[in-house]
Design a protein around this ligand. Structure first.
Ligand SMILES: Nc1ncnc2c1ncn2[C@@H]1O[C@H](COP(=O)(O)OP(=O)(O)OP(=O)(O)O)[C@@H](O)[C@H]1O
Ligand SMILES: [Mg+2]
Ligand SMILES: [Mg+2]
Length: 559
């Protein structure tokens, strides 16, 4: 078990005494433990056996459990985790309009392809929502993940990325539109009425795609291409999760809570080796399946207990949660510190960038959550403590600073997106040198600089205080990774090491203003650079203009 620092109720960064539970399968990195002000960590909290010293009164425990569930719901409300009716209506309206655009797009494409009139009349395409919106757990700042599903004749390269792109671009509701062609799941990303939308594409071997097409039905999955298959996997996974969980409402509340917890504790973001929405959704579903009658409090407590003692890298699978022995086909699993299996055929693993350091951080946070929630009778318990922002500046003595800037504000989004897509490589380089790195996912802005910028501060735990990272060699190695493939004009990148006291004032790591600090950026106006594209089906027919490719923010996931 990992100890607490008594002054700040934070877990020690690394176990300072032998681990007894067998939770950690690899040896902890050989770093000194920072005792924030008190030297040795206290012994682990007393086991829950202590509860049995009270005369056992079930109704008292039920009452306590109920009370904690109620206060958790109140906490969610106070934090604004559930979008207002007004926000919901705005999203519904945006999706409705998107469906209309897609419907008229497919007719236009059918005409451009010179399909017979009767086929043009019946052809249709639709939009299926998935991700956090599809699961009903989105927060006000979540994007809408919407899959455009169309008949086979509409190509991705031309009809989706050119014709639909241009139709969207002309709409007054649409801004900041980008084509993300290089990702495992290619997509268009834009804002619709101010809401971020991720729009990947799938083609089915049909002429008519029903509005609520059942993509778990094998009929629709016949002979589809590889990209479509990958794009559909998010929708299939979501649908399966919602079918499996015994109580959708409780699952949604639990997942909302966990996403908020992960954001507050600096653990949200698959790109930086932490947990993405899909990972948390499967972990939450696992707990719901194992405890079908549990209250919200019991589910949250069980979540922390289950994963604090999970024997990683044993995969988490919803089949196991249902006590089924195995699934039919499992892809050959690449090594992963925290493998999590998608719940729908062909049972691939969620893409993961978890590293040794981030795995350690996540597990420490599971244990912290467990230690804080395990005792139902703890007199001074308040949920607020569980969700305290992670105190980076107290925890780390040094920070790896990544300063990214462009002289033109419009180029910042693409430049930062590109560098971020290469962050997994940088993390590996830093871990190789330092052994440990905590890539804080929060993006900061240096307001003292006149140029458009985004700054990252990653926590470091040097082996000894005098050891310094050789910035030049890190810079050289990382430049090799980011140099190839960027299509725009690259911005500036400065890497440096700072100590905790040099953190700028606006990087307030330890207070509650952590919410809403994500940088907003604008995207290049592609109109200035677009190229004409002609139809492959009708010679000399101009189908539109192609946007220069914006590189994938995610190396291989559709998020
Ligand atoms: N690493 C991944 N592995 C497999 N599927 C992924 C991965 N990342 C994203 N996806 C798919 O894309 C969907 C949308 O991802 P996204 O990153 O938008 O997260 P989200 O769950 O919608 O949370 P948020 O509220 O932060 O948007 C997920 O539900 C999942 O189906
Ligand atoms: Mg999303
Ligand atoms: Mg998304």
């Amino acid at each position: 078990m990992v100890g607490f620092c008594e002054t700040c109720m934070e877990l020690e960064p690394y176990p300072s005494y032998p681990i007894t539970s067998g939770v950690f399968l690899y040896s902890p990195p050989p770093f000194p433990v920072i005792h924030h002000s008190l030297p040795p960590p206290p012994p682990p909290p007393p086991p829950s056996r202590v509860l049995l010293s009270f005369p056992f009164n079930p109704s008292f425990f039920f009452a306590m459990d109920h009370q904690r569930s109620m206060s958790l719901l109140q906490f969610m409300n106070d934090e604004g985790l559930v979008p207002s009716q007004e926000e919901e209506d705005k999203r519904k309206k945006a999706i409705h309009k998107l469906k209309q655009i897609v419907s008229s797009w497919i007719k236009k494409v059918a005409m451009q392809h010179q399909l017979p009139k009767h086929q043009i009349a019946v052809t249709s395409a639709t939009v299926l929502t998935y991700g956090s919106y599809g699961l009903g757990v989105h927060s006000p700042e979540s994007d809408i993940d919407a899959l455009c599903v169309a008949p086979f004749f509409a190509t991705i390269a031309e009809d989706f990325f050119v014709v639909l792109y241009n139709m969207l671009k002309r709409r007054p509701e649409v801004s900041d539109i980008q084509c993300v062609k290089g990702a495992k799941v290619p997509l268009m990303r834009f804002k619709f009425d101010g809401i971020s939308v991720d729009l990947p594409y799938a083609r089915l071997r049909v002429l008519y795609v029903p509005e609520n097409v059942d993509i778990l039905n094998p009929f629709f999955l016949r002979n589809i291409d590889d990209t479509s298959w990958k794009s559909l996997s998010g929708v299939r996974a979501n649908k399966r999760i919602l079918q499996l969980v015994p109580n959708v409402e409780k699952f949604q509340s639990l997942l909302r809570i966990l996403k908020f917890w992960a954001k507050r504790r600096g653990l949200y973001g698959a790109l930086l080796g932490y947990l993405g929405g899909i990972h948390l959704a499967i972990l939450a579903a696992y707990v719901c399946l194992r405890h079908p009658d549990a209250t919200l409090n019991a589910l949250t407590t069980n979540f922390f207990r289950t994963f604090a003692f999970w024997p990683w890298p044993k995969p988490v699978s919803l089949h196991e949660a249902m006590l089924l022995t195995s699934v039919d086909t499992i892809e050959i699993r690449p090594f992963s510190f925290m493998p999590i299996l998608l719940p729908s055929s062909p049972y691939e693993f969620c893409h993961s960038n978890v590293t040794k350091s981030t795995c350690y951080r996540i597990r420490s946070e599971f244990i912290r959550g467990h230690n804080m929630t395990r005792d139902l009778l703890k007199p001074d318990f308040i949920w607020d403590n569980v969700f305290q922002p992670f105190p980076y500046s107290k925890r780390y003595s040094q920070f790896f600073k990544i300063y990214l800037s462009t002289s033109d504000q419009c180029e910042l989004g693409n430049w930062v997106g590109w560098v971020k897509s290469r962050f997994p490589g940088l993390l590996v380089i830093l871990e190789g040198i330092q052994g440990f790195c905590d890539p804080n996912p929060t993006e900061y802005v240096d307001n003292e600089k006149t140029e458009a910028n985004v700054v990252f501060y990653w926590g470091l735990q040097p082996v000894d205080k005098n050891s310094l990272v050789d910035i030049e060699s890190v810079d050289g190695e990382f430049m090799k990774i980011i140099r190839n493939g960027y299509e725009g004009s690259p911005g500036r990148m400065e890497l440096s090491i700072i100590i905790a006291s040099q953190l700028p004032n606006n990087a307030m790591f330890d207070d509650e203003t952590i919410k809403g600090r994500k940088t907003c950026w604008r995207v290049i106006d592609y109109d200035k650079k677009r190229n004409q594209v002609y139809s492959q089906h009708v010679p000399h027919c101009l189908v539109g203009h192609v946007a220069p490719t914006c590189e994938a923010e995610y190396l291989s996931s559709g998020g």
